[in-house]
Design a protein around this ligand. Structure first.
Ligand code: BYC
Length: 328
């Protein structure tokens, strides 16, 4: 036992809680065990705050950077109906960024500092948005499979322990389910279209397959943060479990359209677990650390948006007004 919590000294070291007040820590752990939500003004271990902030901040960045690959197709959408739907979707993604930055701000970091850390490379965002959207079929695949993967992750995370993050995710999931319909409709349209439409769709699926496997993070055996995040119910499923749930839901939907994933070893084993070829975890590391095909371009576009939009933010800011921490 460590202090009067149920943690062993070894566990407390791993969770980075050895310096915490043991009574407060025990009360906190009890609240988590009872399934209570932790709110911004409540006591929380420093490591819980740090981990949550890291994850929510990365998630917020992923939403605003994630709008960029699809956003480039707004002017080139094949018809007016598709264009309207895509504009609405991209606008939703930016709105999700707003909700998540507000949730992250409740943990004590300003939005300005978060955006600064995105641009200086201190803070990560999702690997998938560092790949190009080469054809209209990429928009279909992002809407169906990337949003599908995000829903798997977000529905699970929305049951977590931090109130503002969960409430933001619940709202996000409602909107994501419309994105999924938009993506599915687009995928089915291309899959049942001309030979050329099927070919660009298959090509897009081939290119997004590995990034999608990477989306859920490294295999559990290499995940640095899962132990803490799962203990404190920020994450309610491991990376491998979420990846498996995604494959379970989406592989059959692609196969039933007579399309394929570019992996001869992709199959469900007798225990109901999906097996697949090594998706090249070195590529994953390269991409999340700035070396993907579009990292530079994505941050350049964000940097331009920050600079070009500064006068608007300044015009809206009333220097005599005190801004309070938002309670998301
Ligand atoms: N990409 O210990 P691990 C959307 C990093 S947007 C980049 O397993 P954890 C959409 C990880 O940060 C929705 N980095 O981490 C928007 C850590 O590095 P640091 C995006 C990744 O946190 C527009 C290291 O690898 N969704 O849907 O336990 C249009 C070790 O990993 C990734 C979210 O942001 C990755 N994929 O678990 C369309 C979900 N994976 O920080 C759609 C919220 C891992 O130590 N995040 N890393 O330098 C999560 O649920 C969790 O953070 C993860 C990773 C499951 C992703």
């Amino acid at each position: 036992m460590y202090g009067n919590t149920s943690l062993t000294e070894e566990e407390a070291k791993r969770l980075n809680t050895t310096e915490e007040d043991p009574v407060k820590l025990a009360e906190f752990e009890d609240r988590i065990t009872r399934g209570e939500k932790i709110e911004p003004g409540d006591w929380m271990p420093k490591e819980y705050r740090k981990q949550l902030l890291r994850m929510i901040e990365q998630h917020a960045h992923s939403e605003i950077v994630g709008a960029l690959p699809e956003g480039t197709w707004i002017t080139r959408a094949p018809n007016f109906r598709r264009k309207l739907a895509l504009i609405a979707k991209v606008q939703d993604e930016i709105g999700h960024g707003q909700l998540l930055y507000s949730a992250a701000e409740t943990l004590g970091k300003t939005r300005e500092q978060m955006l600064e850390d995105l641009l200086n490379g201190k803070s990560k965002y999702s690997n998938v948005f560092n790949y190009p959207a080469l054809t209209w079929a990429d928009v279909a695949v992002i809407g169906f499979l990337v949003d599908g993967a995000a829903i798997v992750n977000q529905v699970i995370n929305s049951k977590g322990s931090y109130g503002p993050y969960c409430r933001a995710l619940e709202r996000i999931c409602y909107e994501e389910s419309f994105h999924l319909k938009q993506g599915h409709d687009n995928v089915v349209y291309l899959a049942t279209g001309t030979k050329k439409q099927r070919a660009i769709l298959q090509d897009a699926i081939n290119r997004w397959y590995r990034p999608l496997l990477h989306f859920f993070g490294p295999p559990d055996r290499n995940s640095q943060h899962s132990e803490k995040l799962m203990k404190w119910k920020v994450k309610l499923a491991s990376n491998d479990d979420m990846r498996n749930q995604f494959l379970d839901q989406y592989v059959p939907k692609i196969w039933e359209l007579d399309l394929t994933f570019p992996d001869p070893n992709l199959k469900k084993n007798d225990e109901g677990i999906w097996e697949f070829s090594d998706p090249d975890w070195d590529e994953f590391k390269r991409v999340i650390n700035g070396g993907g095909p579009c990292n530079k371009e994505r941050l350049e576009v964000r940097r331009y948006a920050e600079e070009a939009g500064r006068w608007v933010r300044n015009a809206l800011m009333n220097k005599n007004e005190k801004y309070v921490t938002p309670l998301a």
